[in-house]
Write a new protein. Structure first.
Length: 221
């Protein structure tokens, strides 16, 4: 599976000008975008997910064009086959673990039923060892469990690509190492393609992926 990204975006406000000009291609199963805060990593992820419209360029995943300015293509986020795991996980506090995982399977604004259980959700609850907390709310589970819920919710719709925004930044140091190992094991077991952004060199070393360094909105290495 390949990822081919070439995007440009000019951002302007009263006190800051920022030009994002990112281009890279990779067929690695783990792609790591590394750079300091403010380098443009999250902007790039949002453009791939369809949450930010670039001014020019293209985004292609596994041969599918998600965005192409010249061709007038800009698929909405739901049609891209791309899952986005936010840094703070963005779990719905009023939904249980199982309902959070099932949310992306529903069309419209209706919350998943509390008692109904899709087979895909049941499989992921088992895979991520979340069965014991399936009926719990996010505030009642651990940080590591919340990360697993966010990953399970991302995977339930079987995306082509999973985007991870600083997935370990919110965890304490002891849990961070264990969750890096868990993510690697999961990626290898399910043969997922991941695009991970981080500012932490330890993440780069642990993930051992195709690393792309970004600074000031540009690829530098």
């Amino acid at each position: 599976m390949s990822v081919d990204i070439s995007i440009r975006k000019a951002l302007r406000d009263d006190d800051r000008h920022f030009d994002l000009d990112i281009a890279f291609a990779s067929d690695a199963r783990r792609i790591v975008m590394f750079g300091p805060s403010g380098a443009g990593k999250s902007l790039t992820l949002r453009a791939v997910a369809g949450l930010l419209l670039p001014d020019a360029g293209h985004v292609r995943v596994d041969g599918h064009t998600l965005y192409d300015a010249a061709a007038g293509v800009a698929l909405p986020p739901r049609e891209r086959g791309v899952a986005y795991v936010f840094q703070d996980y963005a779990l719905f506090p009023h939904l249980t673990v199982a309902q959070n995982i099932a949310f992306s399977l529903n069309r419209g604004w209706f919350n998943p039923a509390r008692r109904a259980r899709d087979a895909r959700v049941a499989r992921l609850l088992d895979l991520f060892e979340l069965g014991a907390v399936a009926g719990s709310y996010p505030a009642r589970i651990s940080g590591g469990q919340r990360q697993r819920v966010a990953l399970a919710r991302a995977l339930v719709a079987e995306p082509r690509l999973v985007l991870l925004d600083e997935p370990f930044a919110a965890l304490d140091p002891a849990l961070r190492g264990r969750m890096r190992a868990e993510l690697l094991a999961l990626q290898q077991r399910l043969d997922l393609q991941l695009l991970v952004i981080t500012h932490d060199p330890a993440d780069v070393e642990a993930l051992q992926g195709h690393t792309i360094e970004i600074r000031d909105g540009h690829v530098v290495a």
